[in-house]
Ligand binder design. Structure first.
Ligand code: GSH
Length: 207
């Protein structure tokens, strides 16, 4: 299977981290979204990540890819069934944090950015960070195998660092400490948004 992605997409990073965490045989393929017309046959939204199976089926978006990956390994589930609603809700919160950070960046890069829109998005980012820290006990709970909510949240925090600011640690110390441990994991280190190349397939399958 191939995962179409680029270096900076947090949604794509989430799926590649999940594949590495469970040692799933997947190939990450980088594309340039500005020249990705070929992707339309797989994903008419022309968005990444898009997974294409060996049989030629397309799977998207990122949360669906994570659920697909969860059927492709025999280790602990990324989304344990017993707690799925809470895990998926924490994933939605982290996805929203990624979206707000991305939309804010796009707005600030427009020729005439709206201060009101930027303020609204920064307030959303602040509320999301506070809510994640309030729920940190449940988020951090668990064994050595990362769950999908932990992966999504760590990737979202990395994206806030990369595209907005690192100052959130000053007011969210416990969350900062949790993220520090997460960011040191091999799966997160291999997928930093400043990388130049896809993660080699052998590194993903190694787990
Ligand atoms: N809900 C989607 C969001 C994917 C998304 O927004 N991807 C961005 C890259 S971070 C993209 O493809 N942007 C190109 C575009 O929308 O034109 C998911 O979870 O996969």
């Amino acid at each position: 299977m191939k995962i179409y992605n680029d270096a900076t997409s947090p949604f794509g990073r989430k799926t590649v981290v999940a594949a590495i965490e469970r040692g799933i045989g997947a190939e990450e393929v980088f594309l340039d979204l500005a020249k990705a017309e070929f992707l339309d046959r797989w994903n008419p939204l022309r968005q990444i990540p898009t997974l294409v199976t060996a049989e030629g089926a397309a799977i998207y978006d990122s949360d669906v890819i994570v659920q697909f990956l969860d059927r492709a390994h025999k280790r602990e589930p990324l989304i344990p069934v017993a707690d799925a609603p809470a895990i998926l809700t924490r994933m939605s919160l982290a996805n929203g944090l990624m979206e707000a950070t991305l939309t804010r960046l796009v707005e600030t890069r427009r020729p005439d950015p709206s201060a009101a829109v930027v303020t609204k998005l920064e307030a959303r980012i602040a509320r999301a960070l506070a809510a994640i820290e309030r729920d940190l006990d449940r988020l951090a709970k668990g064994g050595a195998a990362l769950r999908a909510d932990q992966i999504t949240t760590a990737v979202a925090l990395g994206y806030v660092d990369f595209r907005f600011a690192e100052t959130w640690r000053e007011t969210h110390k416990a969350l900062g400490a949790w993220y520090g441990e997460m960011a040191a994991r091999r799966s997160l280190v291999l997928t930093v948004p400043t990388r130049k190349d896809p993660v080699p397939a052998a590194e993903i399958a190694r787990g």
